[in-house]
Structures are given as C-alpha cells and as structure tokens.
Design a binder for this molecule. Structure first.
Ligand code: PEP
Ligand code: MN
Length: 309
C-alpha cells in the first residue's frame, strides 16, 4: 500500500495537475479577451447555449417576436409565424420597462404563462425581460434566456441576482453606455459565476433622433466588442432604428459587421402596427423577417468561407 501523502506533497501534486492561469486584470477582467489563455489572441468566441440553440457559432441566431405579450392569440400567432420564417428563438415582454407609468406595463405572470405555451407549441426557446431582482426566480421558471433591458444595464443588484440564477443572460447596452461600462455590467454577471452572457447593441442616443429614426444603431461597436471580449454579441435593429422600414438594411449591416445574431420585433402578418400596445412603429411582418433570415444566413456563410471561421 502507498503511504498517505504529506500536505506539502498534496499541494505540490495539485499545482502540477492544474497549472495556475496567469491572472487577468482590469475592470472587466473575467470577460476580457486580453490575457485569456483560451480566447486571448484572435476572434474566437465562447458560445452560449440556450436550449438547443448556440449563440456565437458560425450560424447567426435570430430571436424574434412581439415587443409585448398582449394576448394569447397574438403571441401564439406570432410565435408560429416567426418559426416558419426561420427564427431560432421567441422573444416577448411580460414585464415592460415603459417611460410613462401610465403606459401598458405588460401582463406580468400571465404573460410568462403565454410564452411558455408558445414554446410548447413551437419548440422555440423563449427570451423575456426581467427588471426586478425579486422576480428573477419567477422569470427563471419560465424563460430559457433572461433579458436585461437597456434601462437596467447598470442595476447592479439585478446583475448580481441574474449572475446567480443559472440561466443565460441577454445583456442590452444602455443608449448612453460606453463599451467599458457595458463590459463592466457583463462582468457583474460573470463575477457571480455566470459566464453565459450574450451582449446586445440596441442603438444609442445621438442628435439624430425623430427625424428619420428613433435611435442610432452603433455598428462601430461590434468589431470593438469582438476585440475586447470573447462573449457573443448580437444586434437589435428594431430598437436600434425605431422604424420598421429601416430594420432589413440594419439587419444586413449588423451581420456584415460581425454580429452573431439579431433580435427583431415582429407583429402578425395582418396585424395593425398602430394598434400594438408598444413599439408598433418598429415592428416588421413575418414575411419581411423571412427575407432578413435568408440574407443573414447567406452573408454569414460567405463570411465563413472568406475567413475560415
Ligand atoms: C425590448 O426589447 O422590448 C426593450 C424594451 O428593449 P430596450 O431595453 O433595448 O429598450
Ligand atoms: Mn420593444
């Protein structure tokens, strides 16, 4: 029988078995690409798995659905339509961050129930926003991917809470956040042990507002994000433009800029955008979505051919 190891020998053996990784530094040290032994030198991405969907792989991921869950019939109809158009996941807000407290605030728990039904019906994983740290547990019971909205990007207790919840996170950029502030927000989630963070650019606020758009889609940030971090990044051309007619070109540009996917707001094919309870002006129809999906996949496959990744 071999004699038991001394404590010093145990320490030495474990040092040999698990080489100490060089410590990274800086304000967002966990999510930083720089100095990372696995993702340090090139454009490699750490994919995030949401159910059977992989975000950050070769194929761009399309998340689509209504801004708000309004009714069961509306949500199921849109869910079926976005699936037929080729979307990979269904989005829909049950708790809505509205500028005015008198605007439609979402259906709450009833909205989550409807989303779960839409998932059962279509097989699409569901994405929904959580705003209140006290409701993270509830959101986790229903959603496959939890959205942190632009307004909540620096709600630090919320970021810590979702960092502990065990579900992947979609972290939207605030319209006035620098890249470093956005990555620090991701770091809050990562620091709690959750590295499954997908970043989402959704437009920033500039002088150009209201004339032909609602926000300015900052596509310059996409290569910058990819340089700074190994987290996947997607683009929301719906909030990023605020105008339905601009969504197709913004989507194409986003994929061309290197985004790993799109988040798009959709209404029923025969729906009236003016009657939507939120964001009707930027909602596109499923037929337009199908064309966006087709082009996105084509562009991405050409990019893969060209770059070999
Ligand atoms: C949304 O996705 O419906 C939403 C409210 O987005 P944002 O937080 O980017 O405004
Ligand atoms: Mn919206």
């Amino acid at each position: 029988m071999t004699p038991p190891m001394t404590p010093a020998a145990v320490c030495a053996a474990s040092r040999r078995a698990a080489p100490v990784r060089p410590a990274k530094s800086g304000p967002y040290r966990i999510v930083a690409r720089k100095g990372d032994p696995d993702f340090g030198d090139d454009q490699s991405v750490r994919p995030v798995h949401v159910g059977h969907v992989v975000v950050g792989g070769e194929r761009p991921v399309v998340i689509a659905g209504p801004c708000s869950v309004e009714t069961r019939a509306q949500t199921i109809a849109v869910a079926r339509a976005v699936k037929a158009a080729g979307a990979d996941m269904l989005r829909g807000g049950a708790y809505k961050p509205r500028t005015s407290p008198y605007d439609f605030q979402g259906l709450g728990r009833a909205g989550l129930e409807i989303l779960a039904e839409a998932r059962a019906e279509t097989g699409l994983p569901i994405v929904t926003e959580v705003m209140d740290p006290r409701l993270v547990e509830e959101a986790c019971r229903y959603a496959d991917l939890l959205q942190i909205g632009a307004r909540s990007m620096q709600n630090f207790p919320l970021l810590r809470e979702v960092g502990r919840c065990g579900k992947p996170i979609l972290l939207k950029r605030h319209w006035a956040a620098t890249l470093a502030e956005w990555l620090c927000a991701a770091e809050y989630v990562a620091a709690e042990g959750n590295l499954d963070v997908i970043l989402c650019e959704r437009g920033i606020r500039t002088f150009s507002q209201g004339e032909y758009n609602r926000n300015t889609l900052d596509l310059n940030v996409i290569p910058a994000v990819r340089r700074e971090t190994f987290l996947p990044v997607i683009v929301d051309p719906s909030h990023g433009t605020g105008v339905a007619e601009l969504v197709p070109s913004a989507s194409g540009a986003a994929i061309g800029a290197g985004a790993h996917g799109l988040l798009i707001e959709v209404i029923e094919e025969d729906g009236d955008p003016a009657k939507a309870l939120s964001d009707g002006r930027q909602a596109i129809r499923p037929s337009a979505l199908a064309e966006i999906v087709r082009r996105a996949r084509l562009t991405a496959s050409h990019q893969t051919e060209r770059t070999g990744r």
